[in-house]
Write a protein that binds this ligand. Structure first.
Ligand code: ADE
Length: 421
């Protein structure tokens, strides 16, 4: 057992171990990497502090990094996303210090991030950039040890690029989110399925026939809109970017400002990365019984403070993850998962099969960072194309899918410019 950790209850460890094993069946790419890491130990001597959602999939990543020789410490990347049985299993069976408790308050959340930093990391692995931001703001004495890091999510990459632009980022970071084998699958199919899973588990509502308003049309929101439509919803998309809005129109959705969507929606799902996408003026015109939730990284997309100010009494918890707010005219608005990531709070996050690719990228990028950090600048880097292609290749292989290869004649043709009509 590690000397220090903070999890809810170690008695949950056996259940956690079973679920980690279950997830592992669907993570063949990571398993292959783990087997190689166990032989080659590419991360030997590296202290690695990771701030990730503590799920069965993350457990398999942590065990892979550990097999590669890293000393791994984990902290939660969201106060509501931790799977307490998984946190217990990692501590009890894998000797990995974990600092994460589902439902922790903000103070505990940051205490856990500091505990992960006390480990004096050489490599940081972040999901949302809270670890990196805390390190740069409050723990600058540790920066000298760090050779590099990785970042999992769109929101984190946006924050890190802002740090690099302002000249404050002190070590190189690879934007795992931007790998094609990450965002085209995890963000789209993972968020699509797990968000609808979270909504259904929290509410048990029928999606067919509902008007579902999806805020945003980035990769995550596309997935949500696609899956809501597939379940029979009438989907409205709201956007600020004209290209994305146009794409949503041509994908068959109704597109309009939130002002016009607000009175029509039965279910609202935000996934934009921006603040107050659903605001006071929208609550003012929503239908009685409207359900509102968020699948973006931070709980800022729904203006919960405005909702609290508008309501006559404190919210009533009517089911786990469902809070009822009553407006002065009697209309009720139901907020899911306190406006935090509904897919991780009310369900189990993305399925293992897509996290396999995201976390294969994470493991290979940690190895890459170890090998190349001395040649990298203090900025945000894309995932090397070779890693992206390798992950796709192994995934296809694991799925038993063969693809064509270019003939020498085809290769020559693609490399030439003389031949035309
Ligand atoms: N982000 C979204 N789904 C996740 C999962 N299952 N595990 C870790 N991070 C996630």
């Amino acid at each position: 057992m590690p000397k220090d950790y903070d999890v809810k209850n170690l008695d949950l460890a056996p259940a956690g171990r079973l679920r980690i094993e279950w997830a592992e069946r669907e993570m063949p790419v990571l398993r292959l990497i783990r087997e190689r890491f166990a032989r080659e130990k590419p991360l030997q001597g590296m202290r690695l502090s990771a701030c990730l959602h503590i799920t069965t999939e993350t457990a398999n990543l942590a065990r892979t990094l550990q097999a590669g020789g890293a000393e791994v410490v984990l902290a939660a990347s969201n106060p509501l996303s931790t799977q307490d049985d998984v946190a217990a299993a990692l501590v009890a069976y894998d000797e990995i210090p974990v600092y994460a408790i589902k439902g922790e308050d903000n103070e505990t959340y940051y205490r856990h991030i500091h505990a992960a930093l006390d480990h004096r990391p050489h490599i940081t692995m972040d999901d949302g950039a809270d670890l990196v931001s805390t390190l740069h703001k409050e723990r600058t004495e540790l920066l000298g040890n760090v050779i590099g890091g990785t970042e999992e999510t769109t929101t984190g990459v946006i924050r890190l690029r802002a740090m690099a632009r302002n000249g404050v980022l002190r070590y190189p970071i690879i934007a795992v989110n931007d790998a094609l084998t990450k965002h085209l699958f995890d963000n789209r199919y993972g968020t699509g399925q797990s968000t609808m899973d979270g909504v259904v588990r929290a509410t048990n509502i029928l999606i067919a026939g509902k008007t579902v308003v999806v805020a945003g049309y980035g990769w995550c929101s596309r997935g949500i809109a696609m899956r809501a439509k597939g379940m029979g919803a009438n989907v409205i998309v709201t956007e600020v970017n004209p290209l994305k809005a146009l794409e949503a129109v041509m994908d068959g959705y109704r597109v309009m400002p939130m002002r016009d969507a607000a009175p029509q929606g039965d279910l609202f799902i935000t996934s934009t990365g921006d603040i107050n996408v659903i605001d006071r003026q929208h609550f003012e015109v929503m239908k009685d019984g409207a359900i509102v939730c968020n699948s973006g990284h931070f709980n800022v997309e729904i203006n919960i403070k405005a909702l609290e100010e508008m309501t006559v009494q404190p919210p009533r918890r009517v089911r786990p993850f469902v809070d009822e707010y009553v407006l002065p005219d009697g209309r009720r608005i139901f907020l899911l998962a306190e406006g935090r990531l509904v897919n991780l709070a009310a369900a189990e996050g993305h399925p293992s099969e897509v996290m396999d690719m995201s976390f294969a990228n994470q493991a290979l990028c940690a190895e890459y960072m170890r090998q190349h950090a001395d040649k990298l600048e203090r900025t945000v880097y894309p995932v090397p194309e070779e890693i992206d292609l390798q992950v796709a290749r192994i995934k296809l292989q694991a799925m038993g899918i063969e693809i064509d290869v270019l003939t020498p004649e085809q290769e020559r043709y693609l490399a030439s410019w003389e031949e035309g009509t």
